[in-house]
Design a protein around this ligand. Sequence first.
Ligand code: ZN
Length: 191
Amino acid sequence: MVKKKIQTKKKVQPKKKVQVKKKVEAKEKDKIKFIGQVTKIRQTEPRTVIEWPRSITHIHTYGMLSPFFKGLREGRLMATRCPNKNCSEKRLWIPPRGHCPDCHTEMLWETLPNPVIGKIYTFTQVVYAGIGIELSTPYWQVDVEIPGLATIPKSYLLYGEPSIGMKVKAEFRTKNPTNTVLDYYWVPLEK
Ligand SMILES: [Zn+2]
C-alpha cells in the first residue's frame, strides 16, 4: 500500500501580538554596564575560543626584611650581621637575612655609610627578560663586590658599560620608589 501524502495542512499564521506595554526608559545611571575587557575571538570553528586576559594582585610581605626596603626608599643600603660571637661568619649580608644562614641566630641591622662604593665582580647583558622583570631591555645586570660583605649581590647598572673590576656607586630611587629591590642600582663612579 502506498501511503497518501497528506497535503491538507494549512499554515496557520500566528496572530501578531500587540505590544501594549510602554517602554520604560531606564535612567542611564541605573543601567548595568559592562566594565570588563572585551575578549578577542581566536577561532570560531570547530568551537569558539576566546582570548581572555586575566590579571591578579599578588600580596607579598617582606616580613623581617622590611627594614631593607624602607632603607632603599630613604636612600640607605642596609645589611644584616650575625650577632653570635661564636658564629664563623662575621660579615654583612645583602640580600639581608632574617636569621643567620650559618647558626640561625636572629640577625642585626646595619646601614652602609653613603656613598656605597663597590666593584663589578661580573656582569651580563639582559636582552630577553623574563615575565615580571620591570626594567627596559637591554640592561646590564651586575654583581657587585661591596667591602665587608659575605655576599656579592646582584643589581643593575643604570647607565654606562660595565667591565670587571670597574668601580661603581650605589644610588637610590627615592623620588618615585617602586618599593622593590629595583630601588637601588649602580652608576659608574665618576672621578
Ligand atoms: Zn651566625
